[in-house]
Design a protein around this ligand. Structure first.
Ligand SMILES: O=[N+]([O-])c1ccc(O[C@@H]2O[C@H](CO)[C@@H](O[C@@H]3O[C@H](CO)[C@@H](O[C@@H]4O[C@H](CO)[C@@H](O)[C@H](O)[C@H]4O)[C@H](O)[C@H]3O)[C@H](O)[C@H]2O)cc1
Ligand SMILES: [Mg+2]
Length: 362
């Protein structure tokens, strides 16, 4: 089996551009008539984002992307790194409705999930020359820290732990470097949530075999927080960890004292504009957001391996159609951009706004 390299897994690699996202962006730009805005929009297709495997039917696509990356590597001599999101736990998104998944615990969901992981891993095994980095199961373990009062989360607790540990073990067996999702400053960064988070994530790391391939934690996935700021957003009052650097500086020692020297990556894909939310818990299609700081390895903390774009800006967070099965009231809030399509599907007006509000500008 492969052995993990020490150090930053991103170092020395080119970030593979998602063809899936590039296609969405090109189609979106074609709908923009203003030439200046169209040109800005087209620049987004050259920014690396994570490829979300949110349904099992997408798993064969990973083989296509890895073959493509392998060809690029051979043609250019430049090492390629493919960034994916593993996101298909049974009873997914247990505290919300917008991103409920295809697998259900009361319908053989755990076996189906393990098969989904096995299919992803089989694709990776076929391309050992390409590096893969995975963000593992956004929101899942964070929900186990703060939402055990939600019946569906209580019912999913054992499955989330078993599923994430299985995914980590299998991904490590084929040399994938994993970052476990741990919410964001406005979720687990609250004083009361930090110690339980330190215990939970370290336990998962150990249960998964403490592999060197389990590199660390991903924060702010599909959220809008600042990486680091001195003028805190008013919604962050009562929480001294008002940005992701402060959250990481608070969480990191708690992981270390529980036996895990975790590193971090931070999503900044939709963090370009602050002071746009009525309250910190609002996460759905927040109006006024802008593309944020571009992916980079130059980060403010040695603990942060990379700034990344995990949530592909322009893909919705959830539908605003109140009659939809997956309608979540957060997507109907005053600061939510409406009308919005189903989670993961293309939201043209929102994408245009992200382009217009981008900071730094496109
Ligand atoms: O004044 N005080 O001292 C004090 C102390 C404690 C307080 O309680 C804290 O309040 C926080 C809100 O401020 C809560 O954080 C929210 O929790 C939600 C899940 O329940 C998250 O929603 C997810 O968001 C994901 C995208 O990020 C979506 O993909 C996903 O579908 C969606 O479900 C929100 O982001 C996240 O901001 C904490 O739980 C809660 O513990 C509050 C005040
Ligand atoms: Mg979501």
């Amino acid at each position: 089996p492969p052995t993990p390299e020490s150090g930053n897994p991103f170092q020395g690699y080119d970030l593979y551009l998602s063809p899936y996202y590039a296609e969405e962006v090109v189609a979106a730009a074609a709908q923009i008539s203003d030439p200046t805005l169209k040109a800005k929009a087209l620049k987004v297709k050259d920014i690396p984002t994570y490829i979300w495997f949110d349904v099992v039917r997408k798993t064969p696509d990973l083989g296509k992307y890895l073959a493509d990356a392998s060809n690029i590597q051979r043609a250019t001599g430049r090492k390629q790194l493919v960034q994916i999101v593993v996101y298909d736990l049974p009873d997914r998104d247990c505290a919300a409705a917008a991103s409920n998944g295809e697998f259900h615990l009361n319908d053989g969901g755990m076996a189906k999930y393990k098969n989904y992981v096995d299919l992803l891993v089989a694709e990776v095994r076929r391309y050992p020359d390409v590096r893969v980095v995975a963000v593992v199961e956004p929101d899942s373990l964070a929900n186990l820290v703060t939402n055990m009062n939600v019946t569906k989360c209580r019912g999913a607790e054992a499955a989330y732990k078993e599923g994430v540990v299985y995914a980590l073990r299998q991904l490590s067996s084929v040399g994938v470097y994993s970052y476990i999702d741990a919410g964001h400053a406005g979720w687990l960064g609250w004083k009361d949530n930090l110690a339980p988070s330190g215990r939970l994530f370290s336990q998962i790391y150990k249960d998964a075999g403490s592999s060197g391939f389990i590199r660390g934690i991903a924060t702010n996935v599909a959220n809008y927080n600042s990486l680091s700021t001195n003028n805190r957003d008013p919604i962050t009052k009562d929480n001294d960890n008002w940005d992701e650097v402060r959250y990481i500086n608070a969480l990191s020692p708690l992981l270390r004292q529980n036996g895990w020297n975790a590193q971090f990556i931070v999503d900044q894909g939709r963090s370009g504009v602050q002071n746009i939310r009525q309250e910190w818990g609002n996460w759905c299609n927040v109006r006024g957001a802008g593309f944020g700081m571009r992916p980079t390895l130059s980060t403010p903390l040695s603990a942060i391996d990379a700034i990344v774009w995990v949530k592909p800006g322009g893909e919705a967070d959830g539908t605003s159609d109140t009659s939809a099965v997956r309608y979540d009231t957060h997507c109907g809030k005053s600061d939510a951009h409406k009308p919005a399509p189903e989670a993961g599907t293309w939201f043209q007006e929102y994408f245009v706004a992200l382009v217009q509000n981008a900071n730094p500008p496109l």
